[in-house]
Design a protein. Sequence first.
Length: 166
Amino acid sequence: MLKYFRMCDADGSGEIDFSEFKIALFACDPDSGNPVGFAPNALLTPLDAFEMFDEDGTGQIDEDEFFFVLEYLGLKVSDEKQEELFTKYDADGSGFIDYEEFKQVWLRCANTKKELLDRGIAIPKFATKAQLAGMLEHILDDEEEKERMALAEADRWRRWQVSLAK
């Protein structure tokens, strides 16, 4: 929700006035004219979790922030194991976990069957864990793309509304 709030709070005041509220409605309500037809989902996605742990908004999770990720995922590990996991998932060796690296951590730790069922997806009887993870990753990619498109359309509409007010 913070992502939507920041997008709608065009003037950065920390409050949403009536014109900004109309942007929020447009972003999330296909009946108001948003051609994307996106509606926010109550399910926490890896992107939502990543943004929650990326406290400084850099688009990267450092080793200190990674500690809270592991705690959130219910993984109780020693400091040594934490460093080992951080190094393992920092695939590019940058010293940070970016979103794509984080998504792989999330996919490995999430209850894949529950995530699919929560999204209304039938579980194939003989699917392997890897196949289910692949299905979930594809669905998440689709969800994220729809959200990106809806927010971009809402931002375009917001800029148009601002230009009309001038």
